[in-house]
Design a protein around this ligand. Sequence first.
Ligand code: DGT
Ligand code: CA
Ligand code: CA
Ligand code: ZN
Length: 575
Amino acid sequence: MNNREVAQIFADVADMLSIRGDIIHRVLSYRRAAEAIQELGRDVNQVYAAGELTDIPGIGKTLADKIEEMLTTGKLAFYEKLAEEIPPTLVEMLKVDGLGPKRVKQVYETLGIATLAELTTAAQEGKLRDLPGLGAKSEAKLVAAIAALARHGDDRTPIETAWPLAYEILAELEQLPGVQKTAVAGSLRRMKESIGDVDLLLAADDPQPIMDYFVNMPRVESVSGHGPTKSSVVLHNGMQVDLRILPAERWGTLLSYFTGSKDHNVRLREMALKKGLSLNEHAFTPIDGGDEILCASEEALYKVFNLPYILPTLREDRGEIEAAQKGQLPDVVRLEQIVADLHMHTTWSDGKMSVLQMAQAAQARGLKYMAITDHSHSLGIVNGLTPERLWQQAEEIAAANEVMGPDFRILHGTEMEIRADGTLDFADEVLARLDFVIASLHVSLTQPREQVMKRIMSALENPHVDMIGHPTGRLLPDRPGADLDMEVVLQTAVTTGTILEINANPRRLDLRDSHVRRAMELGVTLAINCDAHHPDQFELLHYGVATAQRGWATPDRVVNTWPLEKLLGFLAKRK
Ligand code: DGT
Ligand code: CA
Ligand code: CA
Ligand code: ZN
């Protein structure tokens, strides 16, 4: 058995135990073990052979014995015994949004439903609504959730997983002798929110030893291709990684070809043909004979077309080539232009650090100002603030501003709940006293469009609400977010002057790239924020900036690039 198979068995055991109703502690120990094996980065068989299983975090003697049993016999008796009681097919039902272990057990015990397919049929035929605690409404929700699962259940890797892993591998390869250049290419360089496979590129004169090293890395589970300039491997977590190596003088064409997108490349090749050139990853070649034109950089490649450099985040053939030809390529927002973060949490709600610690971390990253925006009271589960606690917090913020001095400013804000019934958590008198007011949807995201639109409209139309946080509430990879009419949301944000957030957390990226693009066309004011619950999460900013770039957002429309005075002026004017 390989890492993925061992991890899968543990994950299934965790889910089966939770359906059976075992204590959470036991469920969690299996779930943690599954994650530890999945993220191991080495072949679990080798770890076992070295007698080091119990060095894996979360693996004690009991679990190590179970791993040994799986590796030596190819099965787990405990799993098979459990399966007699709880059919393993029940586990797939837990993926349906809103369907918990108790409910799964109930439909199995009362109706004998043991697979997702049976559940789908039963829900469509109206057979679930009579169960205690269900009803026609929850049944309809289930049908919708199952459909959403079918739509999103592909095997693309979220950028959150692919990005760190790709750069870790690249850093490892960079150390090898003879490596002259390295790059991530493909959809990951274009910063799409999900990644089919990771494409890595190297420049080196002697590729063979590098390729040999690559396919033999401990994190590799299997090798699907191994050639002198091109190899493909699958990692223990299931991600495919392609590596290509060419000499440095061909770097520009190599990088351009494998960055894509395919559609962007097709356009480049058509333009080349019009010039009597064929273009591939190696070079431009004159069609009627003659010397190759080599490009050592992408700038040189675009120069052949008399075009300026086009950022990877724009290369989707969504008008960027036409814009470049007309000299109208948008000068999109860049990471180093960001001077503020307007959405973050502290220990006052569900954050991990104090106001001052967050401010010092923000300043250390080069920011000039920020807003503290803890949750509001109806979100009780994260210790949301009542007005009373909000005013206590104001004192702490004033004190922290004293410590920070004149070169940095902490604004006092809130991330206020838009409640399920469309009312807001704070009265206007409370909001009027705050520097920055975010309103967000966190609960009842599966409401029908009409209802959830009413909620977001009430927030947009409140003049005290400065920004809508992560507008749809989606969570990648498989919680789709509220069924909003985005065209109406974006147009309303223009008329009310409400800022819409591009939440930089790679699990959110909300607004998403296509919404940003439409927001730019309509004239919406945007913000890019990390929604940090810990200073480490300021690191996530680049995901948000890339998403903004993919939507052609320019700095004049992104408030985080503005000096504090400009933002304060903007906020004062709209009240
Ligand atoms: P992915 O992996 O599905 O997230 O998307 P990409 O864009 O990374 O696609 P991938 O890995 O199949 O190929 C990487 C790049 O290589 C792609 O963006 C463009 C280039 N490429 C691949 N196949 C073709 C092709 O048939 N024609 C052209 N022009 N370029 C290709
Ligand atoms: Ca790819
Ligand atoms: Ca690929
Ligand atoms: Zn937040």
